[in-house]
Design a protein around this ligand. Structure first.
Ligand code: F6P
Ligand code: MG
Length: 436
C-alpha cells in the first residue's frame, strides 16, 4: 500500500503534548523521514558497493552474490520509507522479533509518516539488521562499521588531548586537586562529545573539533545545567550502592569521553563497578555495539601515544577484572520508550534500580526518556519521565530534535527568537538530573 507522502501529511507544526511524527509536515520528524533516513540508506549502499572486494575477502566468495542481494534490499527499504509503506512484520527468527511484530500489530497499518517518529526510526534500523540476519554468510556484518572506525580515527587529536587531561587529573603526586571541578569539566566534555553522531551528520564522518579549548565559551549553550546535582549524587558517601550505570550512545570520540568519565568515577572511588550498556545490533549508524567497544579499547591500547596507550591498557584490565561490566539488553533496540520499561523489561528496570546513578547519553535516549512527546519546555523532568524512576537519572544530550523539558520559563522562547532552528542543530545541550 502506498500512502503517498504529500497527500497525507498535515501542514502543521507538532502540537503541544502530541507525539513527534512525520505526520506534521513542519517538523524535524517529517524532514528526517523524508530526507535524512533515505540519505543514510543511500550512504550505506555506497559504502557496500565501494567495499565489495574487501567484504568478499573477509566473508568469502559466496558472500559476493549475497552482497548484491543485500544492496537490493537496502534499495527496497529506501523505497518503502520514501513511499510511506506500512511497517510490515520482521521475518527473521531473532528473539526480539515477536516483540517488534506485536508492538506494530497494535497500531494496524501504521506507516513511516503516520506513526510515531521514534517507532518509525527504530523500525528502519531493525529492518537493516533483518537484511543481514536473513543472509547466510553476512549475518554478522555491521554496515556502519567502516564509518564508525573512520570517525574514531579522525578524532585522534581530540582523544590525545583528553587523555592528557584525564591523566593529569589522576596524578596522585599533584596536590590540591579540585576533584569537583575536574568532574564537572569531564561531564561537559562528555556532553559535547554527543555532537559526534553519524546519524545526525547523515553518515558523513566529520572532524570532532577540539572542545577542550572552547569549553568555557560553550557554557551559554548548555540550556539546562544540573552538573552540581549530578556531582552531589556521585560524591554522596552515604549512598549504599557502589554501582554507576552508563547507557551509551555513539562510538568514536563520544565513547572515548564516556570512558574517561567512567575511569574518573572508578579512580576516585565514586563507584566500585561501572555497568556500560551497549546496543546489541548496529543502531542509528554510530551507536556502540560490543564489537565497537572491544575494537576501541584494543585500538587505544595499541596507540603509540603514551597516555592513550596507558588508558587503553588500563581499561582492558578494568573489563577483565569486571570493574567495568559490558551489558547488552534487547530493550535498548526496541521501539519502546522508557516509561514502558518497568512493564516490558522488569528485570532491566530492577537492575538499573541497583545503581547509585544511571547516566543516559544522547538524543535518542532523551527521546525515549521523554516518551517522544512535544512537552511544554518548562515541564519538570520528573513529569516528562512519566513514572520512569528506577534510580537517580542523569541525561547528557546535545539537542538534535524538537523535544525538551526542565527549562526555566522564557528560555525556549528567547532561543527560538535568536535561532528558530535551535533544536535541530546539536549546538545546544542539556545536562539534567532527576531524583528517584
Ligand atoms: O533527532 C535527530 C537524530 O539524528 C535522530 O535521528 C536520532 O534520534 C538522534 O538524533 C541520534 O542522536 P544520538 O546519537 O545523540 O542519540
Ligand atoms: Mg546515536
Amino acid at each position: 500500500m502506498c500512502e503517498c507522502v504529500n497527500d497525507l501529511q498535515m501542514d502543521l507544526v507538532t502540537p503541544r503534548n502530541a507525539s513527534l511524527s512525520g505526520f506534521y509536515k513542519r517538523s524535524f520528524a517529517y524532514y528526517t523521514i523524508k530526507e535524512r533516513l533515505p540519505k543514510i540508506l543511500t550512504q550505506s549502499i555506497d559504502i557496500l558497493v565501494r567495499n565489495k572486494d574487501e567484504i568478499t575477502k573477509e566473508y568469502g566468495n559466496e558472500a559476493k552474490e549475497e552482497l548484491k542481494h543485500v544492496i537490493g534490499e537496502f534499495s527496497k527499504l529506501k523505497y518503502e520509507v520514501q513511499t510511506n509503506k506500512v511497517m510490515r512484520n520482521i521475518t527473521s527468527n531473532a528473539k526480539d522479533v515477536d516483540v517488534y511484530n506485536n508492538f506494530f500489530a497494535k497500531q494496524a497499518n501504521v506507516t513511516y509518516f503516520t506513526g510515531v517518529w521514534l517507532h518509525a526510526e527504530c523500525y528502519m534500523y531493525r529492518r537493516i539488521r533483518e537484511i543481514f540476519e536473513l543472509t547466510e554468510y553476512l549475518k554478522s556484518y555491521d554496515p556502519f562499521r567502516i564509518q564508525k572506525q573512520e570517525a574514531f580515527n579522525t578524532s585522534q587529536t581530540a582523544i590525545l588531548q583528553l587523555s592528557k587531561y584525564l591523566m593529569s587529573t589522576l596524578n596522585e603526586n599533584d596536590n590540591g586537586h579540585d576533584v569537583k571541578g575536574e568532574f564537572i569539566k569531564l561531564l561537559k566534555m562528555n556532553l559535547w562529545g554527543n555532537q559526534c553522531d553519524l546519524s545526525f551528520s547523515g553518515g558523513v564522518v566529520e572532524d570532532c573539533s577540539d572542545w577542550f579549548q572552547i569549553l568555557d565559551s560553550l557554557q551559554p549553550n548548555i540550556v539546562s545545567d544540573h552538573s552540581e546535582q549530578i556531582w552531589l549524587a556521585v560524591s554522596n558517601t552515604n549512598a549504599t550502592s557502589r554501582i554507576i550505570d552508563i547507557i551509551l550512545d555513539n562510538s568514536g570520540y563520544e565513547l572515548f569521553t564516556d570512558l574517561c568519565l567512567a575511569d574518573f568515577l572508578i579512580s576516585h572511588k565514586f563507584a566500585r563497578t561501572i555497568r556500560i550498556y551497549v546496543k546489541n545490533m548496529p543502531w542509528f549508524v554510530s551507536d556502540v555495539t560490543k564489537n565497537d567497544f572491544e575494537w576501541t579499547l584494543q585500538e587505544l591500547a595499541n596507540s603509540n601515544e603514551t597516555d592513550v596507550n596507558k588508558l587503553g591498557k588500563r581499561w582492558l584490565h578494568y573489563v577483565k577484572q569486571k570493574v567495568w561490566v559490558i551489558v547488552e539488553n534487547d530493550f535498548f533496540t526496541l521501539p519502546h520508550d522508557y516509561s514502558l520499561m518497568a512493564q516490558e523489561a522488569p528485570e532491566l528496570y530492577k537492575q538499573l534500580g541497583e545503581a547509585k546513578l544511571v547516566i543516559f547519553k544522547g538524543d535518542l535516549n532523551y527521546r525515549k526518556l521523554l516518551g517522544e512527546k512535544n512537552w511544554d519546555p518548562t515541564i519538570p523532568c520528573k513529569v516528562a519521565l512519566q513514572g520512569f524512576a528506577p534510580s537517580k537519572i542523569a541525561a547528557l544530550r546535545t539537542v538534535k530534535c524538537q523535544l525538551i523539558c526542565g527549562l526555566e520559563p522564557g528560555v525556549a522562547e528567547a532561543l527560538s527568537e535568536k535561532d528558530p532552528n535551535w533544536q535541530e542543530t546539536g549546538k545546544y545541550g542539556v545536562i539534567q538530573f532527576c531524583d528517584d
